[in-house]
Write a protein that binds this ligand. Sequence first.
Ligand code: GLN
Length: 325
Amino acid sequence: MSEAFLSTYEDLKYSGFDILGFIFTIMLSYSQAFYGLKERLQQMYEASEAAAISHSFMEYLTGLGKLDRLDKKDVLLTTAQQELYETKTKEIAAGKPIQYVTGSAWFMGREFCVNDHVLIPRPETEELVEWIVEDVNKRRPILNDQERVLSVLDIGTGSGCIPISLKLALPGAEVTSCDISADALSVARNNASKLQSEICLIQTDFLDASDHNKLGMYDVIVSNPPYIPVSEKDRLDKNVRDFEPGIALFVPDSDALVFYRAIAIFGKEHLSRNGYIYCEMDAAHAQECKTLFEQLGYQDVCIKKDMHGNWRMLRAGGKDESLTS
Ligand code: GLN
């Protein structure tokens, strides 16, 4: 076949004609692929979210950011890209969060690997980390007086977003993190090494008090534990309910505060004199959580709203130094 014929043949092939009797799919351009996905997603998400998801997916597919793709909007997907596009867009349209599809999520300006064994890090959790860093920096003189390294424990590692971000913001600190799930710990280990953040990861069933002897004394204890009563499962968005790990989300209806109680009791033995506990929670349990910590003798217990105006975080002090004084 002549070169001229082959080249015309290629053009026809990309336009979807099958003059040689083979079966071809119509190859999509970057722009067609983007708008095709966006339109599909507009039936399930608001327009801006549908666009954001589609951009994120196209970046994953082509390796090119929004602006670079704009220049190349008529470039066609390769066969491999088109195959990936077809499988993955089906998953996205079935409600799978884009972060699980691309395997990555952003937290405090850094990219974390995620898979369905770990929660997708939330912006509200960034506020919790920022609160801790701000407090620790404010309390440096008190903490430095102790003439030892600041020790931090995170309970419920998941992707490792909390301990890794704390270690990177407070390089001198010794950061430990525990999780019941070996799969989650392996995601966190991978993220810690990718982000060059040295943290210690331990597998523990935190609700089993006999496991607490694997842990030491800490100046900061932080946790974003599971807190959604299982009966509220149906009220969650489908993409959370059907795709995020239940073990990281749900608690029994009979005891929604089970993790907060375990953390508060643990803190009585494992929080250092000037230490503070920080927890993420939902607004429905904020007041009860505060009371629980106060009843167990914690000082300076306060709750804080997140960027959406919902009570989201709690801080409870050990014995001595009050942050409000
Ligand atoms: N600490 C992790 C996060 O905030 C995991 C939390 C969890 O599994 N409940 O994303």
